[in-house]
Design a protein around this ligand. Sequence first.
Ligand code: BF8
Length: 678
Amino acid sequence: MAEAKKAKVAKAEKAMKLADPKEATIDVASQQMIVRAQELGVDTVFDRAVNMKPCSIGAQGICCKNCSMGPCRLPLPKGGIEGKDTRKSLCGATPNTIAARNFIRMIAGGASAHSDHGRGVAEVFLAAARKETDAYQIKDTVKLKALAPTLGVATTVEVDGETQDRDIYEIAVEVGEAALNEWGKPEGELLNLKRAPEALYEKWKKLGVLPRNIDREIVEIMHRTHIGVDQDYKNLMKQGTRAAIADGWGGSMLATDLQDVLFGTPFPIQSEANLGVMKEDHVNLILHGHEPILSEIVVSVAQSQEMIDYAKTKGAKGIQLSGICCTANELLQRHGIPTAATFLQQELAIITGACDAMVVDIQCIMENIANVAECFHTKIITTHPIARMEEQSVLHIEFDEHHAVEDAKRIVKIAIDNFENRNREVMIPSQKATQIAGFGVESIQYHLGGTFRGSYYTLNDNIINGRIRGIAGVVGCNNARTKHNDGHVRVVKELIKNDVIVLTTGCNAIACAMEGLLTPEAAAVHCGPGLAEVCETVGIPPVLHLGSCVDNSRILLAATEVVKAGGLGHDICDLPVAGSAPEWMSEKAISIGHYFVASGVYTVFGVTLPTSGAPVFHDYLCKQFEGLTGGMWDLEIDPIKHAQKMIAHIDKKRKELGIDKARERVLMDMADRQALEA
Ligand code: BF8
C-alpha cells in the first residue's frame, strides 16, 4: 500500500511541469533562483502555479459554500445571459447575492487581519505606557501629542489657572486605553472618522456607513452572509463599506499611528532591495510577516555588540538582517534594514542556501516555506500564537512583550548557531537596488511644503499649475497568476511618465524599489517633464514609499491634507487621484481597495475581480458606486491600459476642477521648447 502510494507520488512529481523563469517574473534575481530551485528539485509557487489552474467559477465569485447543501455553483451560461438571469442556488440565492456575500467576506477577512494587527500594537502600546515592559518606550512624543486629541485625550491640564503640559506617560496610558476601546466600544462611532474631510464624513453619515466599532462591523458581515440572512447585494455592500472604513480609518490607521509613536515616525532613509542584500559571509536572519512588535526588538538585539561578537565566534563576519513582505517595509522605513524579497520571493530567499533563520509572525507567510527549509539548513521560527505551522522542523518561540528582549536573544542565537550548519552550496544573486523609503504624511509636508510653509500648499500649487498631473496610490501584493512585478513596474512607470506622482506601500513598494524607482535619480530617467522638474527641485523620488499595508492609512491622510490645503475641491473624490493594485491576491487588498473606493477614490485592480460572474453586482461596484461615495472599482489586466484608465480619471477630475487648461499650457511650453531645440 505504502509502495503504491510512493509510486503514485513519484509519478505525480515526475509529471509536474516546471515554470518558465522568464515567463514567471521580470526580476533577474528571481529568475536565477527559480532555475536553481528546479535544479535542486525543490518546487516553488511559480511551478505550482503552472500545475494548478484556478477554479473559474470561484474566481468569478459565483460559488456559494456558506452551507452544506452546496457548494452551489452558478456558472454564466455559454453565450452570456439573454433576458432575465434565472440562475439561483438551492436556497434561491442569485449570482448577485452570492458574489456580494463572497466579496464582503473578503473585506471581513482583510479588515480583521489589519485590525487584529492594530489591536496587538495597541496592547503593547498600553503595556509600554503603563511601564509594564522595559523593551518598549514612547519614542515619538510629538506624534503622541498630535494624536491624543483625536482620541479625546487632553495634552494639557489647568493648575491654579495656568495651563501645563501633562506627563507624557499619563497621556500615553489614556491614548492606549482610548485606542483599545475602538475595537469593542458599545456605543458611538469610530473617533478617527472625524479626521476625514467633513464632506466625506457627512456623506458616510447620510449613507448610514459610519462604523460603530471595529470588531462589530466584521462580526456583522459574518452574520449577514450566513445562509438566509441578507439577500440584497446593495445592503450587503453597505455593510462591506462600513467594515472597510473601519479598517482604513480604524484598525489600520490606529496601527500606523501607535507604531509611529512607539517606534518613531519614519523619515526618508536610504537602503537596498532584492535578494542580493543577503551576504554569504554573514549570518542571514530574515524577518518576515507584518507586525513590527517583535522585529523591532530583534533588530536592536541583532545589532548589539554582544551578538555581533557571538556571530564572529561562529566564523561569520557579522549579522545581516533583511526583511520580507510588510515586516520588511516596517523595518526599512524606521531603520533602513534592507528588503530581501516580495511575497512571491519568500521561498527563493531560502533557496539561496544562505538563510540561517527566517522569523515569521502573521500574514502572507506561505505554508510551503517549511517544506523548502527542510531541503536546506534554514530554521523557520514561528512566533505568534495565532500563526503556527504543523511541521516538526519548525521552531515555535512564542513572543511576549513582557520578555521581549529574552525572546529576541533566543531567536538571534538560533540564527547564529545555525550559520555553521549550511549544507548546500550558497548561491545569492548579485542583484540589488538602492532605495529611499520612509515617506509619510509628515515628511511629504516637510519636503513639498518646507519648514517655512509647513503644509501641502506647494504640492497643491504644483497640481494646480499642472507640473504634477495627479496622485496615484499604487499598492498591494504579488500574484503567481501573473508575471511577478511586471504589472507593478509597468503601471508605475506609465504613471510617472505622465507626470502622476505615485505613493506606494506593500509589495508594490518592494517591486518599485527593486526596479530602482525609489531614488531621486529615477525622475530624470522615467518621469514626464513636469514631475521630473518637481522631483529634481525638491530631491525626492517620483515614487514615494509610504510603508506597509496598514500604512495605506497614510495615503488616506495625505489625501485629506491635500483637501485641507485648498484649491482642489472639498472632498477626496474631488481630487485628481486614483488607486491601483496591479497584482493583488489577498483579502486585505480587497478591504484596502474598498476603503479607497468608500473614501472617494477611483480604484483599478489587475489580475481579476471575483465579481465577473455576477454582471449586475459588478456594474454596481464599477459604475453605480460613484454616485454613492464618489469612488468606484475597475478591473484592467493590461498594465498600460490600467495606468491610462487612472490617468483618464485624473484628467476628468482636473477638468471638473477647471485646472485642465493649466496643464495643457505647461505641456505646450515644454513641447514647444523641445521642438525648437530639435
Ligand atoms: O500586507 S502587499 S502580499 S505583504 S497583503 Fe502580503 Fe499583499 Fe504583500 Fe503586506 Ni499587503
